[in-house]
Ligand binder design. Structure first.
Ligand SMILES: [Fe+2]
Ligand SMILES: [Fe+2]
Length: 171
Protein backbone atom coordinates (compact mmCIF):
# COMPACT_ATOMS: atom_id res chain seq x y z
CA UNK A 1 0.00 0.00 0.00
CA UNK A 2 1.39 3.38 -0.96
CA UNK A 3 1.68 6.33 1.40
CA UNK A 4 -0.84 8.07 -0.80
CA UNK A 5 -3.41 5.35 -0.19
CA UNK A 6 -2.79 5.57 3.55
CA UNK A 7 -3.43 9.27 3.35
CA UNK A 8 -6.65 8.65 1.40
CA UNK A 9 -7.95 6.23 4.00
CA UNK A 10 -7.03 8.52 6.89
CA UNK A 11 -8.71 11.57 5.39
CA UNK A 12 -11.78 9.70 4.15
CA UNK A 13 -12.28 8.17 7.57
CA UNK A 14 -12.03 11.66 9.10
CA UNK A 15 -14.45 13.09 6.53
CA UNK A 16 -17.08 10.42 6.98
CA UNK A 17 -16.74 10.79 10.71
CA UNK A 18 -17.34 14.53 10.39
CA UNK A 19 -20.25 14.00 7.99
CA UNK A 20 -22.01 11.70 10.44
CA UNK A 21 -21.54 14.34 13.16
CA UNK A 22 -22.98 17.08 10.93
CA UNK A 23 -26.20 15.15 10.36
CA UNK A 24 -26.33 14.26 14.06
CA UNK A 25 -26.13 17.99 14.84
CA UNK A 26 -28.86 18.79 12.34
CA UNK A 27 -31.07 16.06 13.78
CA UNK A 28 -30.55 17.38 17.30
CA UNK A 29 -32.24 20.59 16.15
CA UNK A 30 -34.63 19.38 13.44
CA UNK A 31 -35.36 15.86 14.72
CA UNK A 32 -39.03 16.63 15.32
CA UNK A 33 -39.73 18.41 12.08
CA UNK A 34 -40.83 17.15 8.69
CA UNK A 35 -37.14 17.08 7.70
CA UNK A 36 -36.22 14.45 10.28
CA UNK A 37 -36.71 11.45 8.00
CA UNK A 38 -34.58 12.94 5.23
CA UNK A 39 -31.81 13.82 7.67
CA UNK A 40 -31.92 10.37 9.22
CA UNK A 41 -31.62 8.77 5.78
CA UNK A 42 -28.46 10.76 5.07
CA UNK A 43 -27.06 10.11 8.54
CA UNK A 44 -27.64 6.37 8.09
CA UNK A 45 -25.67 6.39 4.85
CA UNK A 46 -22.84 8.34 6.49
CA UNK A 47 -22.74 5.69 9.20
CA UNK A 48 -22.19 3.02 6.57
CA UNK A 49 -19.47 5.13 4.95
CA UNK A 50 -17.81 5.64 8.32
CA UNK A 51 -17.99 1.96 9.23
CA UNK A 52 -16.35 1.03 5.95
CA UNK A 53 -13.44 3.42 6.48
CA UNK A 54 -13.13 2.39 10.13
CA UNK A 55 -12.69 -1.18 8.93
CA UNK A 56 -10.07 -0.09 6.42
CA UNK A 57 -8.23 1.84 9.13
CA UNK A 58 -8.07 -1.34 11.21
CA UNK A 59 -7.35 -3.84 8.44
CA UNK A 60 -4.64 -1.76 6.85
CA UNK A 61 -3.21 -0.43 10.07
CA UNK A 62 -3.59 3.19 9.09
CA UNK A 63 -3.28 5.67 11.93
CA UNK A 64 -6.47 7.70 12.17
CA UNK A 65 -6.15 11.47 12.31
CA UNK A 66 -5.43 12.78 15.80
CA UNK A 67 -8.08 15.40 15.17
CA UNK A 68 -11.14 13.15 15.49
CA UNK A 69 -12.16 14.84 18.78
CA UNK A 70 -12.07 18.18 17.00
CA UNK A 71 -14.11 16.91 14.03
CA UNK A 72 -16.58 15.47 16.51
CA UNK A 73 -17.25 18.90 17.98
CA UNK A 74 -16.81 20.94 14.81
CA UNK A 75 -19.02 18.62 12.74
CA UNK A 76 -21.81 18.54 15.28
CA UNK A 77 -21.61 22.32 15.77
CA UNK A 78 -21.74 22.97 12.03
CA UNK A 79 -24.82 20.79 11.73
CA UNK A 80 -26.56 22.24 14.77
CA UNK A 81 -25.79 25.88 13.95
CA UNK A 82 -26.94 25.65 10.35
CA UNK A 83 -30.06 23.78 11.44
CA UNK A 84 -30.76 26.50 14.02
CA UNK A 85 -30.62 29.02 11.16
CA UNK A 86 -33.46 27.02 9.61
CA UNK A 87 -34.03 23.95 7.45
CA UNK A 88 -32.92 25.74 4.29
CA UNK A 89 -29.58 26.68 5.85
CA UNK A 90 -29.16 23.08 7.00
CA UNK A 91 -29.73 22.00 3.40
CA UNK A 92 -27.27 24.65 2.17
CA UNK A 93 -24.71 23.15 4.54
CA UNK A 94 -25.40 19.74 2.99
CA UNK A 95 -24.92 21.10 -0.52
CA UNK A 96 -21.62 22.75 0.43
CA UNK A 97 -20.24 19.74 2.28
CA UNK A 98 -21.32 17.16 -0.28
CA UNK A 99 -20.06 19.16 -3.25
CA UNK A 100 -16.68 19.40 -1.55
CA UNK A 101 -16.64 15.67 -0.87
CA UNK A 102 -17.66 14.95 -4.45
CA UNK A 103 -14.59 16.83 -5.71
CA UNK A 104 -12.39 15.20 -3.10
CA UNK A 105 -13.53 11.67 -3.96
CA UNK A 106 -13.37 12.35 -7.66
CA UNK A 107 -9.70 13.35 -7.33
CA UNK A 108 -8.98 10.17 -5.39
CA UNK A 109 -10.68 8.03 -8.02
CA UNK A 110 -8.50 9.64 -10.66
CA UNK A 111 -5.36 9.11 -8.59
CA UNK A 112 -6.21 5.41 -8.17
CA UNK A 113 -7.12 4.88 -11.79
CA UNK A 114 -3.90 3.10 -12.75
CA UNK A 115 -3.45 1.16 -9.52
CA UNK A 116 -4.83 -2.32 -10.14
CA UNK A 117 -4.30 -3.40 -6.55
CA UNK A 118 -6.68 -0.72 -5.33
CA UNK A 119 -9.68 -1.42 -7.54
CA UNK A 120 -11.90 -2.38 -4.56
CA UNK A 121 -11.01 0.87 -2.77
CA UNK A 122 -11.73 2.88 -5.89
CA UNK A 123 -15.08 1.14 -6.29
CA UNK A 124 -15.94 1.92 -2.67
CA UNK A 125 -15.09 5.58 -3.17
CA UNK A 126 -17.13 5.70 -6.38
CA UNK A 127 -20.14 4.18 -4.65
CA UNK A 128 -19.93 6.60 -1.75
CA UNK A 129 -19.43 9.54 -4.08
CA UNK A 130 -22.71 8.65 -5.82
CA UNK A 131 -24.44 8.75 -2.44
CA UNK A 132 -22.85 12.10 -1.54
CA UNK A 133 -24.24 13.46 -4.80
CA UNK A 134 -27.63 12.10 -3.81
CA UNK A 135 -27.28 14.06 -0.55
CA UNK A 136 -26.40 17.22 -2.46
CA UNK A 137 -29.47 16.72 -4.65
CA UNK A 138 -31.62 16.30 -1.56
CA UNK A 139 -30.26 19.62 -0.30
CA UNK A 140 -31.06 21.33 -3.59
CA UNK A 141 -34.53 19.77 -3.72
CA UNK A 142 -35.18 21.17 -0.23
CA UNK A 143 -34.62 24.79 -1.21
CA UNK A 144 -30.99 25.11 -0.11
CA UNK A 145 -30.48 27.85 -2.67
CA UNK A 146 -33.27 29.94 -1.13
CA UNK A 147 -31.25 30.30 2.08
CA UNK A 148 -30.58 33.90 2.96
CA UNK A 149 -26.89 34.44 2.18
CA UNK A 150 -26.63 31.10 0.35
CA UNK A 151 -23.51 31.99 -1.62
CA UNK A 152 -21.48 33.32 1.26
CA UNK A 153 -22.66 30.57 3.62
CA UNK A 154 -21.73 27.77 1.23
CA UNK A 155 -18.42 29.45 0.42
CA UNK A 156 -17.49 29.61 4.10
CA UNK A 157 -18.46 25.98 4.70
CA UNK A 158 -16.56 24.78 1.64
CA UNK A 159 -13.45 26.64 2.73
CA UNK A 160 -13.72 25.04 6.17
CA UNK A 161 -14.19 21.57 4.69
CA UNK A 162 -11.20 21.96 2.42
CA UNK A 163 -9.05 23.07 5.34
CA UNK A 164 -10.26 20.09 7.38
CA UNK A 165 -9.34 17.77 4.50
CA UNK A 166 -5.84 19.25 4.17
CA UNK A 167 -5.19 19.02 7.88
CA UNK A 168 -6.58 15.48 8.25
CA UNK A 169 -4.36 14.21 5.45
CA UNK A 170 -1.32 15.37 7.40
CA UNK A 171 -1.93 14.79 11.08
FE1 LIG B 1 -20.33 10.03 3.28
FE1 LIG C 1 -22.91 12.56 2.43
Amino acid sequence: MTDQVKKFIRVDHAGEYGAERIYAGQLAVLGRTRHAETLRHMKDQEEVHLKTFSQLITERRVRPTVLLPLWNIAGFALGAVTAAMGPRAAMACTVAVEETIDEHYRAQEEALELDETEIPLRDTIAKFRAEELEHRDIGLANEAEKTFGYRILTRIIKTGCKAAIKISEQI
